[in-house]
Design a protein around this ligand. Sequence first.
Ligand SMILES: [Zn+2]
Length: 366
Amino acid sequence: MLLSLKTQLKLNSQQRILMSKHAGIARFTYNWGLATWQSLYKDGYKPNQRLLRTFFNNHVKTNPALSWLKEQGICQKITEFTFENLGDAYKRFFKGLGGYPNFKKKSRGTDSFTINSGGKPISVGGTGLKLSTIGWVRTYEAFPHTSTTKFTISQRAGNWYISFTFEQELPKPSATMTIVGVDVGIKVLATLSTGVVFDNPKARDKIKKKLAKQSRQMNNKTRGSKRYFKQKLRVAKIHKRISDIRFDATHKATTAISKNHAKIVIESLNVKGMMSNHKLAGAVGDANFYEFRRQLEYKSQKFGSEIVYAPMFYPSTKTCSNCGHLQPMPLSVRVFDCQICRISLDRDQNAAKNLEKLGRFVIKTR
Ligand SMILES: [Zn+2]
């Protein structure tokens, strides 16, 4: 994958002058090239960038008015790139992809030039960089260790920047040795030991209100009447939408979990649902838990991850994930405050961390 990077240069006043001179030369050659191109075209020639370069070299060598360019120690690489740039601008214009090339104006407040190595790789890395004809320059931010074939140096509002593109291999999507503990919840969909939390879909409350309203209207109608059945269908549709939203969110979570981890540790039973006093919450939680587990199972096969189930009475919620101390954790307590090591963290986060720890010891899977 081709990445590009742009960062500010740390220059002394001498270097700033040097950069301005280079930008000036780039602007001059570009404008000279454009004017020459136009006049050659008028005279019936078919200009191209190579012809332009030959013309330029002869022109500079013979014209005493342009001796200042030579005095500056004109950078061959800059002029070469300038003509290439101009050639490309014309190509884009003829293909209808860009406007007719414009002359570069000094007053615009932006300046730039490109140093081209002609395909030879230049190694980059750290905060120092050696540029041909300019010498060593520094950057505020360190470059990654890589290589490139050309740099563009530009100025905006008095600051100078350097940019370049480089090839980089993207890290592999599945980390091969990561273990994750997953606490499947009711309030949130799932909490991972890595700190990632998959929230319940946000739209639920709004739809719930709608569901309550439509259900009320259904109950006001005469049972068995045409209107009653019509209303019943409406209610059923809302139920379907709620479950679709949840199903979709569960899919996203289970895909992300099985795709990015080698070992996934979850509880073997819906302990939360079992502990809940509220019958309906327990039933809903149960259904979610088994759906979550079902999706994880087939997706882990697809992505090559493995699932570890914690033993039925593994106290993931009551154990301190930091020191191992056991303490009671009623359902209403949302934060695990360890009485021994004084660590304080979210109840589900603590449980997920314990599940992850378990995964480090368990080798066998069911
Ligand atoms: Zn503790």
